[in-house]
Design a protein around this ligand. Structure first.
Ligand code: NI
Length: 186
C-alpha cells in the first residue's frame, strides 16, 4: 500500500523502483499478474529471505508502507509491511482468523497503481496468523493503519486490488486519470 497522497510523481517511483541492482521491479496495473491467485510458500529458505530483503528495500525507496510478492511478479503468498519508524514486518502464508464488525473508511493508494487514491471501507480490527522470515509462526492483533495495510496486502495475494471495492462509476472515473509508468531501464 502507498502512503496517503504525497504528490509523488509516477516518474520518481518508477525510476527508484527499477534500480539496476535491485533484482526486482514493481509490476504495474493492469498487468495480469496482479489478478492471479498466489500459491502458498513451501520453503522458507535463504532465497526467500533475500527476496524479502529486496522487497523491503523497494518498498522503502518507493515510499510505500506495504508490498506484496505479486507486485514484483512473484506469485507466492507473502508480503512486507512497514509503518512509520516501526521495523519492517514479514507475513508468509498469512490468514485472517478474525475481523471486527466495526468498519472504517480511509484513503488508500497502491504502489502498483501510482497516482490513484480512493476511500476504501475495511474492518478496523483484525487477527492475522502468519509465519515470519525465520519460519516461525505468529498471531497478531492489529488495528488502525496496520490492520488496513495487512488487509490491502493480503488482497494482493488473491488478485484483489483496492479499485475492486469502488463502484463501477467511481472506478472508471478514477482510471481515466491513470497512466501506467514506463519501464525506465530496459
Ligand atoms: Ni497495493
Amino acid at each position: 500500500m502507498e502512503k496517503e497522497n504525497t504528490n509523488q510523481t509516477s516518474n520518481i517511483s518508477s525510476a527508484l523502483a527499477s534500480g539496476p541492482d535491485s533484482g526486482i521491479d514493481l509490476v504495474y496495473y493492469p498487468d495480469e499478474v496482479l489478478r492471479q491467485h498466489a500459491a502458498a510458500v513451501k520453503d522458507m529458505d535463504d532465497s526467500l529471505r533475500t527476496t524479502i530483503e529486496r522487497m523491503v528495500g523497494l518498498m522503502r525507496q518507493a515510499r510505500g508502507i506495504g508490498l506484496a510478492a505479486p507486485q514484483v511478479g512473484i506469485l507466492e503468498r507473502f508480503f512486507v509491511v512497514q509503518i512509520d519508524s516501526e521495523p519492517a514486518q514479514v507475513f508468509i502464508n498469512p490468514s485472517i482468523v478474525g475481523t471486527s464488525h466495526e468498519t472504517g473508511m480511509y484513503e488508500e493508494g497502491c504502489l502498483s497503481i501510482p497516482g490513484l487514491y480512493a476511500d476504501v471501507k475495511r474492518p478496523t480490527e483484525i487477527q492475522v496468523q502468519a509465519w515470519n522470515q525465520n519460519g516461525r509462526p505468529f498471531t497478531l492483533n492489529a488495528d488502525g493503519m496496520l490492520a488496513r495495510v495487512i488487509l490491502h496486502e493480503l488482497d494482493h495475494l488473491n488478485g484483489v486490488l483496492f479499485l475492486d471495492y469502488l463502484s463501477e462509476r467511481k472506478r472508471e472515473k478514477l482510471l481515466q486519470k491513470y497512466r501506467k509508468p514506463q519501464d525506465s531501464q530496459q
